[in-house]
Design a protein around this ligand. Sequence first.
Ligand SMILES: NC(=O)c1ccc[n+]([C@@H]2O[C@H](COP(=O)([O-])OP(=O)(O)OC[C@H]3O[C@@H](n4cnc5c(N)ncnc54)[C@H](OP(=O)(O)O)[C@@H]3O)[C@@H](O)[C@H]2O)c1
Length: 373
Amino acid sequence: MPKFVSPPERLLRSAASHASKLSSSYLQTTNTGASSASTGAAYRAAFCAQTNKPLVIKKVYDTKQLGPSELRIRIRACAINFADILMCQGAYQEKPNLPFIPGTEIAGDIIEIGSNVTTFKKGDKVLALVNLHGFAEQCITDVDATWKIPNTVSYATAATLVVSYATAYMAFDRRAELKKGETVLVTAAAGGTGLAAVDLGANVFGANVIGAAGSAEKTALAKVKGAMHAINYREQDIKTEVLSITKRKGVDVVFDAVGGDTFEKCLRCTGFGGRLLTIGYASGSIPKIPANILLVKNISAVGLYWVREEDQGSYRFKDPKLYKHSIDSVVRLLGEGKIHPHVGASFPLNKINEAFQFIKDRKSTGKIAITMD
Ligand SMILES: NC(=O)c1ccc[n+]([C@@H]2O[C@H](COP(=O)([O-])OP(=O)(O)OC[C@H]3O[C@@H](n4cnc5c(N)ncnc54)[C@H](OP(=O)(O)O)[C@@H]3O)[C@@H](O)[C@H]2O)c1
């Protein structure tokens, strides 16, 4: 006779099977009884049980034995990416089966290592990428998706580094081939990805950065990070300002994570031979490109899709070596003190819905971290 499974338990088992499909396998249940887990402590996690509804915090009981190249990590912080919010709304290109635990970039301490692991030890402070399961107090990662971090770097800073900085790094290095002295226009320049683009563009690639953002506070932050000029696009027209700053030449490179009308305005102030990077659509609107403008100014429109193991168009899937190189590069730059990620705010796990709303309300700057206090 089949054993009765309560709805919450079913929810957790189903989430477990999904997490299992996506990355490492987990067996989760409500924390009501004993378990055969070796590490086995119950821990909290934030579940998306229904799209467009608040996340719910539930206990997870992890009974998974580690694979030979896996690490069990006590998570201290997990960054929020705009994609997490879109995914919980069912509006992202990847649509996990419900319920799932969102969150992809974490930092914490290793509490257990797999039998073949020689490059890490228990107690190492690390950052890691997981395919879901980040908004939790524990996770399992693979050695290939885990990086040691200096003790001087905070967990929140480490957790918020990789997605934004490696995306911007790959975009400039491989897609736009940004050169020293070129001019770059960055939209949403105080957002997670935008601010990383400002920091890398100015302080690593040696470009002249124009940061465009939606408030005086945000443009000021972009300038602190290295932007030479700033445009408040809620009050100023991007094209007019850029043409004035560049003496009508236009910019060499655009880094746009907003889309919609903003993208087209950026296209209209891109100069001869320019490269227009389409990074994301925070405005919720996917722009259409008037091809004639590309033609008459020899402009290239360039896509960059960095994240997501299971998405077959991403660098992570198509060119894992290059993908890893982008992460190695930003972890190295962080260690050398050449880049300075900005954690705009931190929220404890039980305030995750407030943190999501804070970002949706466009109140955030840099990246927002969830801490497992
Ligand atoms: N291609 C890739 O591989 C890749 C990697 C990372 C992120 N992304 C994408 O890049 C975009 C930005 O991500 P993020 O993590 O940097 O987000 P974020 O930190 O929340 O920044 C988004 C910013 O977009 C601006 N914005 C403009 N219109 C908006 C609207 N209607 N609603 C909300 N924000 C609006 C806001 O800045 P202002 O107020 O200054 O306008 C906001 O702060 C997302 O679409 C994300 O999926 C793509």
